[in-house]
Design a protein around this ligand. Structure first.
Ligand code: HC0
Ligand code: SF4
Length: 579
């Protein structure tokens, strides 16, 4: 143990603690721009680069960066002495001298850590002349890079290289020319970027943002010749409230539906409906592969992998092309919804495909990319026209002067708005496979499940495993969230050492609740845990909690698709993968 004094408070901390961590223990907040730590997830970025966290240590000539200076016995630290404050303000002015001042039109305005800090430190004038080097803007189907706004905090590098192990982003050039970039300064859409959006989720400024589609949605909603429908992803309802000052984990399903109706959507539907549909298709595929495998068929590939996360799909297409016949061929719920909406539902309401606009609200930026993939369009008309993030929906609601907090709670429209608890838990790590187990067990064994809550599949550890007893047959299940964790399971499969029958993979830490399009969590893992809890409570409160019991799914098969994996289902609900 080390004893020291911070701002006249005595404190005892373990050896190896940084000044920043020690100060936090006694409730002292030292400002930082580059530092980031997601507790319990083994995610940390502390390059000591921004220097905003400098503090005064008695007896030392130089100020010390608090994020990467370890405490020492008897240290006396002043975190906000005038000398420290002066240095901090000067450093901030130097950063601002090389930063565009277009806050009025910046996508990050109001959510920018640099802007907040300039305000908090009372910066009114910038006494330095930066180079104001101009770097080209790089636009991809999901993410925009505006490197003029980059402050080289390297948080994105940590997420891309260490957490996701994609390795797209690194610092190139020097001095004012330095930028974070894909290799050879190529554009993101030529790189192996998965569009997971985890770099966007942690960027403190407007350097990395999602492609904004709110303008296109406003145009569609104001066009009387269009019928505009919307689907909302499972994880959105557990986070949208945070944009309206609600406590993390507040479920706002009913208010979200009302808000979407007030925005002018003709029908408000639920991606959870399509999640139930995904379970019917993916579960059937799982059981068919499993049945053959257990009967000794050497040709059949095991394990089956979930395929609903588009960043994960892009990851294995680039990094493990030799495994591309292992994931389920089922499309994601977003895309199943689009395909059913533009065929079955369009016919039902008598609207032509080109006059029906399908909008999704997603916690994810990769969903923008997924909806733009060629295989999800008919004659150039996409199944999903626009995928907005949770943040973009919040900005639309604000734009329409809707008082979100006082909205009544309303229900989704039928038929594509009806869902079970199984669909809801898709939004958190472990939820897709739990939903699959609930259906696969009953279909396989012909018996009622003795319980519905599979606590062994839940949690926040990056890699989890459990064995579920299918009435005498043990089924081994693996779960990974974060692509670095997924990579470990894929390496095992490649080496022929995988013990699993089925694996769920989600790209973002926490699953979709931690998606790159969610309200910024600023590194607070507790927020993710609260969102996760909210989804399990919505599941618990549903009358129906197994996908195969959804009456509108049954009707869809009776009226339109025939059976799971039928030719029509194959055509509309399944896909293939590319090298
Ligand atoms: Fe997800 Fe989905 S659960 S990927 O995390 O499967 O984005 O929320 O919408 O499509 O349903 C995201 C969330 C979805 C899809 C669903 C799946
Ligand atoms: Fe890396 Fe994901 Fe960002 Fe692409 S979206 S650069 S893969 S962190």
């Amino acid at each position: 143990k080390i004893t020291l004094n911070i701002d006249h408070k005595n404190i005892e901390v373990p050896k190896g603690t940084t000044i920043l961590e020690a100060a936090a223990e006694v409730g002292i907040d030292i400002p930082t721009l580059c530092h980031m730590k997601l507790h319990d997830m083994n995610i940390e970025n502390k390059p000591g680069g921004c220097r905003v966290c400098v503090v005064e240590v008695k007896g030392r000539r130089n100020l010390a960066p608090a994020c990467c200076t370890e405490v020492a016995q008897g240290m006396e630290i002043s975190t906000h002495s005038m000398r420290a404050v002066n240095a901090r303000r000067t450093i901030l002015e130097l950063i601002l001298s090389d930063h565009p001042a277009d806050c009025l039109v910046c996508a990050k305005s109001g959510n920018c850590e640099l802007q907040d800090m300039a305000h908090q430190m009372g910066i009114r004038e910038i006494h330095y002349q930066g180079a104001q080097t101009h770097y080209r803007e790089d636009t991809s189907p999901a993410i925009i890079r505006e490197m003029d706004k980059c402050i080289r905090c390297k948080r994105c590098e940590t997420m891309c290289n260490h957490v996701q192990t994609v390795g797209v982003l690194s610092t190139i050039n020097r001095g004012f020319e330095a930028v974070i970039s894909p290799a050879f300064e190529m554009n993101l859409d030529h790189s192996v970027c998965t569009y997971c959006g985890q770099c966007v989720a942690v960027c403190p400024t407007g350097a990395l943002t999602e492609v904004d589609e709110t303008g296109a949605v406003i145009r569609a909603l104001s066009d009387p010749s269009k019928t505009v429908i919307v689907q909302t992803a499972p994880a959105v309802r557990a986070a949208l409230g945070e944009e309206f000052e609600m406590e993390a984990g507040t479920l706002v399903t009913g208010k979200m539906v009302s808000a979407l109706r007030r925005l002018g959507f003709d029908y408000v539907f639920d991606t959870d409906f399509a999640a139930d549909l995904t379970i019917m298709e993916e579960g059937t595929e799982l059981l068919s592969r499993l049945g053959k495998y257990l009967a000794g068929d050497k040709e059949v590939k095991m394990p089956i992998l979930t395929s609903c996360c588009p960043a994960w799909v892009k990851f294995f297409e680039h990094q493990f092309p030799e495994l591309k016949d292992i994931p389920s061929t089922a499309r994601s719920p977003q895309q199943m919804f689009g395909a059913i909406a533009k065929t079955y539902f369009a016919d039902k309401i008598g609207v032509k495909r080109e006059d029906l606009v399908v909008v999704s609200i997603m916690p994810c930026v990769a969903k923008k990319y997924e909806s733009s993939r060629d295989e999800f369009a008919v004659d150039g008309n996409p199944d999903v026209d626009h995928a907005l993030t949770t943040r973009e929906l919040a900005s639309l609601i604000n734009l329409s002067n809707i008082d979100f907090n006082s909205l009544p709670e309303e229900d989704f429209d039928k038929p594509l708005g009806e869902s079970t608890g199984a669909g809801v838990i898709f939004g958190t790590t472990g939820g897709v496979i739990e939903a699959a187990v609930r259906t696969a067990y009953e279909v396989q064994t012909g018996k009622m499940l003795p319980r519905l809550d599979f606590h062994e599949l839940r949690g926040m550890e990056g890699l989890r495993k459990a064995t579920i007893d299918f009435d005498g047959t043990p089924i081994n299940i693996g779960i990974a969230h974060g692509l670095g964790n997924a990579r470990q399971l894929l390496e095992e499969i490649k080496a022929g050492k995988s013990e699993f029958h089925a694996i769920e993979i989600m790209s973002c830490p926490g699953g979709c609740i931690g998606g790159g399009g969610q309200p910024y969590h600023h590194g607070d893992v507790e927020i993710l845990k609260k969102r996760q809890k909210a989804l399990y409570s919505e599941d618990k409160n549903k009358t129906l909690r197994k996908s195969h019991e959804n009456p509108h799914i049954k009707k869809l098969y009776e009226e339109f698709l025939g059976a799971p994996m039928s030719e029509k289902a194959h055509h509309l609900l399944h896909t293939k993968y590319f090298d």
